[in-house]
Design a protein around this ligand. Sequence first.
Ligand code: LMR
Length: 400
Amino acid sequence: MFEQLSRLDPDPILGMLAAYRADPRAHKIDLGVGVYQDELGRTPIMRAVSDAERHLLVTETTKTYQGIAGDPVFNERLLALLLGANHRVLEEDRVRGVQTPGGCGALRIGAELIQRARRAAKVWVSTPTWANHIPLIGGAGLQLAEYPYFDAASGGIDFDAMMDTLSRVGPGDLVLLHGCCHNPTGADLDLGQWRAVTELALKNGFTPYVDVAYQGLADGVEADVAGVRHLLAAVPEAVVASSCSKNFGLYRERAGAVYFIAATRAQADAVQTQAMAAARQIYSMPPAHGAAIVSTILGDATLRADWLEELGEVRGRINAMRTLLAARLAGNAAGKDFSFITRQKGMFSYFGITPQQVTRLREEFAVYMMESTRINLAGITPANIDSLASAVHAVLEPAA
Ligand code: LMR
């Protein structure tokens, strides 16, 4: 039977990481996969994470099964981080969640639940969106459609075109929104735009499906979800995926959760049983360790403060690299304006060069970025900025 299967191309993002790791050139630069690197190019374990792990080592008493929904305390603490303490849906008791294996697990259980609720639902995704959204959501059997989003000319959002398309999306369909730090473009909705999307959702009746994978990587853990909180306080129903991979640096531990906001408490309860049934059919229950770390940090004032401080350092470093890169590319021979890099948020920018230039950067200069031209700003360090900038200047030179 296996002869029926053809060999597939590598995953666009993780395949790029494998190619980078296999490259023997010592001066190689990784602007590919969305993983934080410090100024020495390392992906450190956050201080609060190490402290929480030490604590767990001495306090954990069992490795027996958790429930299908994972750790309820983790689910509650992560939800409070997402919504704040006094959010309307908490007061109305209309939100339920299940812990998931990372943000991918959250998105997939969200999609499975949507499929159970409405088989014919269509999910509208931004153009472009994170490369894995499409197979992940489509793999659950949902149809996908695209709404215009990125404006290459300004490096921002073509908001009029986005709203024009969404004005034709109605009840029973979902609109996938990136909570902050849009992946791959770094172009985020501002608060006024979140308000306008909220009004449209209320008027037209589509359901928001929000992916919050980078809370705290743009302007801060509160500021980054102000728009999401506004939206979720207004709409009757929503699906929200939350990941701890980036903001806690817990990539390999697979910690995340999916939350469902329903119109009533009874519906929220029913939805949770369905989400648990979906999880049981796929992986039974989520891994415990990463969520235990997050729960420990969020539940302890000292660890939480230290985590927030280190997250601020991460954010500061990424933003400093944005400023530095834009400055070093100013005055390039092609006359290309890179100032948009400083206006974008989070780990990524859409670099906006040609596919040939992307290939030249990789082959001649060992600079790895996504084929889409997405770059991870955290891959830039004081040690590699000179060679990165000169490589980019070289490929931008008009051919002689
Ligand atoms: C990315 O976008 O690079 C990360 O979210 C890693 C992944 O799983 O694609």
